[in-house]
Design a protein around this ligand. Structure first.
Ligand code: PMP
Length: 360
């Protein structure tokens, strides 16, 4: 099999050991004679899988007992509607920090349900930084404060968890499990699975119990966090195979030293790429201001569209794949989630040095 390194922003690379185990267990899970795909979600086999996945996730993230873990579907984008619908309660407005593409989309969707107060925006400098919290115009009457911990397209990552007097809601789709976070600081965390958790089709929600039960009665039952919480994510058929793979990823993470182990490896990997960029004497350029550079998605530009096309073509020849930036911004983007091996990043960094030497 060809060794490739896949820098896709998501769906993204999964740990090889996880895929190998899934392959071994594909036809016969633990002597059940069935594939996980074929199992009833209410049977004892799958119940043990989802239970173990939740237990491992709770341990990895240190999720307090008064938080529910929901295994849902519909992607992070569904959460852009479900969060305001469920958390607005008798309030009228919500607060949002606008740091780029995924903030803007969340704002647009929330405006269907609530007054949206943009407390701060980095649009003035093309979304290349996180506005200083001291300047945020937050409102004590907001139902919650929403932010995106890592803007996947712009490559802008919050280096801290912001303080908030109202419940803090975080779209952690692209950096969940990549560094330690104190879950008790949040009212709700959500994430699409397809970057650091597992295959697409699974959406994770971690929500403080006291925030449940606020969905207006005329809303669809499937949008109600409390219904899913009360049914242990079994109100309807959950994405069983994606949950199984997520469970294997959580076990793999535990073997890698858990979240702290992953965090230090992520620092090292990102450091290699930013070093390649910063020491290239301007051949490569990362638009993001240094303190807010993402450890997960590293965007960079070269001097001309022709050079960028040549870079992508040569990279592909060397099996360094999916480095093209998002269509809305162009350039390159190397997504280096938890499962991207150090070796892959080293290979990319040395290719970058070599390419700059030949084309500089
Ligand atoms: N938020 C962030 C930060 C994302 O990166 C993405 C997907 N790239 C989304 C939301 C949308 O997720 P989904 O496609 O799972 O709905």
């Amino acid at each position: 099999m060809t060794q490739v390194y896949n820098f896709s922003a998501g769906p993204a690379v999964l740990p090889r050991d996880v895929l190998l185990q899934a392959q071994q267990e594909l036809l016969d899970w633990h002597g059940s004679g069935m594939s996980v795909m074929e199992m009833s979600h209410r049977g004892k086999e799958f119940m043990s899988i989802i239970h173990e996945a939740e237990t491992d996730l709770r341990q990895l993230m240190g999720i307090p007992a008064n938080y529910k873990v929901l295994f849902l579907q519909g992607g992070a984008l569904s959460q852009f509607a479900m969060v305001p619908l469920n958390l607005l309660g008798d309030k009228k407005s919500i607060d949002v920090v606008n740091t780029g593409h995924w903030s803007k989309l969340a704002i647009k969707e929330a405006r269907k349900f609530a007054e949206v107060n943009i407390v701060a925006s980095s649009e003035d400098r093309q979304y290349t930084y996180v506005p200083d919290p001291a300047s945020w115009r937050t409102s004590p009457d907001a139902a919650y404060l929403h932010y995106v911990s890592n803007e996947t397209i712009g490559g802008v990552q919050f280096p801290y968890i912001p303080d908030s007097t109202v419940p803090l809601v975080c779209d952690m789709s692209s950096d969940i499990l990549s560094r330690a976070v104190d879950v008790s600081r949040f009212g709700l965390i959500f994430a699409g699975a397809q970057k650091n958790i597992g295959p697409s089709g699974l959406t994770l929600v971690i929500v403080r119990e006291d925030l449940l039960g606020q969905l207006p009665a005329h809303m669809p039952t499937m949008y109600d966090y409390r219904v899913h919480a009360d049914a242990d994510s079994m109100y309807n058929t959950p994405p069983t195979y994606a949950i199984y793979i997520a469970g294997l990823v959580f076990k793999w993470l535990k073997q890698q030293g858990g979240v702290p182990g992953m965090a230090s490896r992520n620092e090292e990997k990102a450091g290699l790429l930013y070093h390649a960029i910063d020491s290239s004497q301007g051949f490569y350029h990362c638009p993001v201001e240094t303190p807010f550079r993402s450890r997960m998605n590293v965007p960079f530009r070269l001097g001309s569209p022709e050079l960028e096309a040549a870079f992508l073509a040569e990279a592909e020849q060397r099996n360094l794949l999916q480095l093209k930036g998002h269509r809305s911004v162009g350039g390159m983007r190397a997504s280096i989630y938890n499962a991207m091996p150090l070796e892959g990043v080293k290979t990319l960094a040395s290719f970058m040095v070599d390419f700059a030497r030949r084309h500089g």
